[in-house]
Ligand binder design. Sequence first.
Ligand code: ZN
Length: 75
Amino acid sequence: MTTNATWGGTVALNLTLHVYCPRCNRSVEIDMTKMPPEGKAIGQTFRCMECGRPGQNIVSHKSANHSYPGSKRPK
Ligand SMILES: [Zn+2]
């Protein structure tokens, strides 16, 4: 069963993960292909590189937007 509980599963499901920091109003896309495939994706927290606070995980499906790797959306 494909599940989004692991990094390998989230990649297989074409999900993307962004970490948003409300304090800095910045979001960073996590490259989940660089995560261990068997590692737990649920409950994982990332810290903001600017202020060091835990960010909010935002999971979305790749089909939800029209941006693909290499095509950056204008800010
Ligand atoms: Zn921050």
